[in-house]
Design a protein around this ligand. Sequence first.
Ligand code: SF4
Length: 725
Amino acid sequence: MAETRSTCPYCGVGCGVIIDSDGAQITGVRGDPQHPANFGRLCSKGSTLHLTAAAPVTLRQRLLHPLRRAERGQAPQRVGWNEALSEATDRFEDVIRRHGRDAVGFYLSGQLLTEDYYVFNKLAKGLIGTNNVDTNSRLCMSSAVAGYKATLGADAPPACYEDLAHARTLFIAGSNMAWAHPILMRRVEDAKRANPALRLIVVDPRRTETAALADLHLALLPGTDVALFHGLLHLMLWEGLTDNAYIAAHTQGFDALRERVREFTPRETARITGLREQDVVTAARWFAGLDGAPGAPRAPTLSLYCQGLNQSRNGTAKNAALVNLHLATGQIGQAGAGPFSLTGQPNAMGGREVGGLANLLSAHRDMANPEHRAEVARLWGVDDVPSRAGKTAVEMFEAAADGEIKALWIACTNPAQSLPDQATVRRALQQAEFVVVQEAFRDTATAAFADLLLPAASWGEKEGTVTNSERRISRVRAAVAAPGEARSDFAIATEFAQRLEGRLRPGKPPLFAYASPQAAWLEHRESTRGRDLDITGLSWDVLETAGPQQWPMPQGATQGRARLYEDGVFPTADGRARFADLAYEPVAEPRDGRFPFSLNTGRLRDQWHGMSRTGVLGRLFGHVPEPAVELHPQELARLNVAEGDLLHVTSRRGSILLPVAANEGVPLTQAFIPMHWGSEFVCGRSSRGEPLAGVNALTSPAFCPISKQPELKHAAVKLLKAELP
Ligand code: SF4
């Protein structure tokens, strides 16, 4: 029996786990009592990791060998790794030579480890010379990134989990953390027990399990968060609750924002958001923290936020408007205070750190900045890094559907289920000349479109690092060997890169001579020197002996930094934070007479993404056994349907058939559908009649013009009772 310390692969809390194994099989999993994210606790998903890992490979539908499809529509045939990677190299080289570098695209995942991401990013931008490398983190955190950069100057969450214990008010916006980040919610409950005066404000259209615990639930109309945040600032100004000394000493741009929020009176804010004026007033006073005894110091407010702000065509403005509130009240850079975005996926942060998105470069450098491009080219040993904008997630598949992108490499993600507007995504996968899918699982919706399927190792089978929501870097370790011929994502990416560089830059010094993931990590570490996320004081030995560490941890530091901006100096040219003067924009597709319901999508407590892991365990279906469209009971009566009746749910892009469930937490004129179920359970058609599956048959491809994150949280739909024969 062996014990292996690793990290849970399900969400951005980044809980430490101890894996028990008998050398061949994972036999158990426990929370790591020494890991500072969870101190030994695990949620329903984390605590069953060993059961999902130990389920028979046939049940888990593991991909065990490389498979090649000679012709579209035919069953794929087993091939060896050499043949598979030769084919991939030939086809990518051919497309690049015939159509140019931007005719290929890489679509990655927040499931990949930092080292995997690093190699893919360097392969696309450094070797091939295209910025067409993006990731499903675009669906998750890109608005948070853009919001931080617009205000604080860098993509760096300033707070830490420990701040939960110091806050007086928690402002939870667009996050059902009781289900999506359960162990963090346990820490909120701990904080409430230790400090009964702790107040929870929850901003969410639905009365979720998180909202049910709130002292003040602001059930705003979908997409109106910016109006609410501007309205709160208006109130703070009116009542003299802003921290004018902090604004004067540490920020710039407040005058323009003051003008912007002038129109957001309590009455106007209430009109736009659908909230009661008094609740807006109460929220502003609690947030500002000056409602205690006369002369008492300002009580700290910590904001926790996630997809409800991010997955929006107004996503950057939502994030920035919330950070504005922290700057205006000086609620940042001190214990218990600050804006704190919660990361959805386990390594969306690590992907951002290495610049694994179409608009970023290594170590938080900007692709649009010529000095940054030159620095990265020097670090990588290439002539240059391209300046042309790369395609982001939705754009990449739209470009493939239009024939602009000819070859796609999809690693560790399932865009044929998870991207919005599935009709376009599926046209893209059919239209592309060559599609590689690098996956642990055989039967994903995307695998059905692959010309080449490359079997990847999964959790418990690979080595590297991940970074969680509080900037903490943890090791991921292999406890057992991958099944069949599956290889680590790092090994697959590196060997493909080595083969392709033999074609594209023969005779030049090798770019990918990595003997191990640690070698790539050391290169990444060097790229952070002098940057806001400097980790030149960290090593894998330190991670081994001192445990997970938060960045930054520059050379000479003995531990990572828990909290940022305590000195009031921000990573901008003049050291001042910026107030972002961004407008409130309503949802892209308001409900109307034809499509009278607002559709919201989201997670369930016990399922993960497209259920490729959690779907093999019966016990995880005990909580919610099947997909449904959730409506307020009054809407069931109005539609003349009973629970379990089937409804056609139709948007402008497609239609799906689902049973209906009553939920008093879903407001009138709104509908909620969980994101997890795909083709097996939720079938439907596009508006052109093509077969489609899952809730993303309905969702809108509209995205935030700054972050390019799509508006998965809102689409206008209509509901019609299905007439059974
Ligand atoms: Fe895993 Fe997230 Fe649950 Fe922690 S909270 S055990 S990281 S799923």
